[in-house]
Ligand binder design. Structure first.
Ligand code: GLU
Length: 460
């Protein structure tokens, strides 16, 4: 080993020890926050080469600061159900980082929501939002409220109560929530109405994912799913692969999943399976998307009803079974940790070539390591599902200029943004010694911009 190599190795060793120390401290400070710690580990490990080359990030305490949310709000959400009973849920908003712009990120309504889930989502959002190139910081929120089986009026009363507390913490220049699991245009509408009433002003830019009549953006609904497919197409193009003629599996059947299926089909793929939290359907002729849209966007039905309408399709009563169906391209669009090491092994045995993440953190660290070790083309969530929040930023731009862009204009910007995210992530991966590793590249490219902005803004 020559002197240059020895110096490099020693710098790398220092960065490695530093990251280990930071991670251990985070673990001690946030015990039991499993999902948050998983998201932290995945990111900080990939930053070792950056810290080795730019020790100023260690000196300025960037990671120490990044790992502590700027503000965490937790609040009681009381509401009255249709039987007249008082119900109480817990609401959250984590305002994680505002170095690049107002906090931005969705609200999730799901019984699994707790501090760890909101923090993992908010932490990931910082890097994702940075990658979009738009002026948005990172935040996330939600509640352990379960929208399943609730009447429209119960949903409305819950959303109003949730906003009655949240409204004083958000605003077009401070924090701009949107949807996530369990929060779509209906919930955004009820929350926007309550915000408007409490504020006494029509501030369109306070929420994104709004209805088109009152400040929503065309193509916002489609953006996460379409963006995912645009990103994966870019990655495949570089590797002489194509959606055309491929067999695709898309887990979930919510907003992300539906529009990922739509775009993949438009590009000539055959989507053979999708799912919900109860089970999955396998349709070897190719999923009929009109049926899925009808069931999920209109009738609020379970996906099992698909098999009643298309008797040749198979219904499997376990949503994880979806990953035992062979495919060329797997697009996990359901939820966090839906693919663990064992599931990844099944995918590999069945010959999967590409994994593109539409959900947030759908693969465990073990699963990601398996994709990378087996040279599967892997599009990580932070980069691949950033299209939703990117179009949210375009919605904010339309709101502040009081203009409404055409579908074509928004879609064209989305395609450019996804291409840029792909290229910037690839560039960062090769600059820092892991060519082709988009997981590392996305973390690095997202991090560097936030870190530089934090340094320029001083210790605050
Ligand atoms: N919930 C989405 C995400 O995970 C969108 C957030 C937004 O539009 O603010 O990125």
């Amino acid at each position: 080993m020559n002197t240059i190599e020895a110096t490099l190795q020693s710098k790398r060793e220092t960065a490695k020890q530093y990251v280990k120390k930071i991670y251990n401290a985070t673990e001690q400070r946030n015990p039991h926050e499993t999902e948050f710690l998983q998201a932290v580990k995945e990111i900080v490990d990939s930053l070792i080469p950056v810290l080795a080359r730019q020790p100023q990030y260690m000196k300025s305490g960037i990671l120490e600061r990044l790992l502590e949310p700027e503000k965490v709000i937790s609040f009681r959400v009381p509401w009255v159900d249709d039987q007249g009973n008082v119900q109480v849920n817990r609401g959250y908003r984590v305002q994680f980082n505002s170095a690049l712009g107002p906090y931005k990120g969705g609200l999730r309504f799901h019984p699994s929501v707790n501090a760890s889930i909101v923090k993992f989502l908010g932490f990931e959002q910082i890097f994702k939002n940075s990658l979009t190139g738009q002026p948005i910081g990172g935040g996330k929120g939600g509640s352990d409220f379960d929208p399943k089986g609730k009447s429209d009026m119960e949903i409305m009363r819950f959303c109003q109560s949730f906003m009655t507390e949240l409204y004083q913490h958000i605003g077009p220049e401070t924090d701009v929530p949107a949807g996530d699991t369990g929060v779509n245009a209906r919930e955004i509408g009820y929350m926007f109405g309550q915000y408007k009433k409490l504020r006494g002003a029509f501030e369109a830019g306070v929420l994104t994912g709004k209805g088109l009549e009152y400040g929503g953006s065309l193509a916002r609904k489609e953006a996460t799913g379409y963006g995912l497919v645009y990103f994966v197409r870019e990655m495949m193009k570089d590797n002489d692969l194509d959606f055309n003629g491929s067999n695709v599996i898309v887990s979930g059947s919510g907003n992300v999943s539906i529009y990922a299926m739509e775009k993949a089909m438009e590009f000539g793929a055959k989507v053979v399976a999708c799912s919900d939290s109860n089970g999955c359907i396998y349709d070897e002729n190719g999923i009929n998307l009109d049926t899925v849209k009808e069931l999920k966007e209109e009738d609020n039905e379970r996906i099992s009803a698909y098999a009643e309408k298309h008797p040749h399709a198979q219904y499997l009563e376990d949503c994880n079974e979806i990953w035992s169906i062979p495919c060329d391209i797997a697009l996990p669009c359901a939820t966090q940790n839906e693919i663990d090491g064992k599931t990844a092994e099944t995918l590999l045995t069945n010959g999967v070539k590409v994994v593109g993440e539409g959900a947030n953190m759908p693969s465990t660290i073990e699963a990601i390591d398996m994709y990378l070790d087996n040279t599967i083309l892997f599009a990580p969530a932070k980069a691949a599902n950033a299209g939703g929040v990117a179009v949210s930023a375009l919605e904010m731009a339309q709101n502040s200029s009081k203009l409404m862009w055409s579908f074509e204009k928004v879609d064209a910007r989305l395609q450019e943004i996804m291409k840029d995210i792909y290229q910037n992530s690839m560039q960062a991966a090769s600059d820092y010694g892991t060519p082709g590793n988009l997981a590392a590249g996305a973390n690095i490219a997202g991090f560097v911009k936030v870190a530089d902005a934090m340094i320029e803004q001083g210790v605050i």
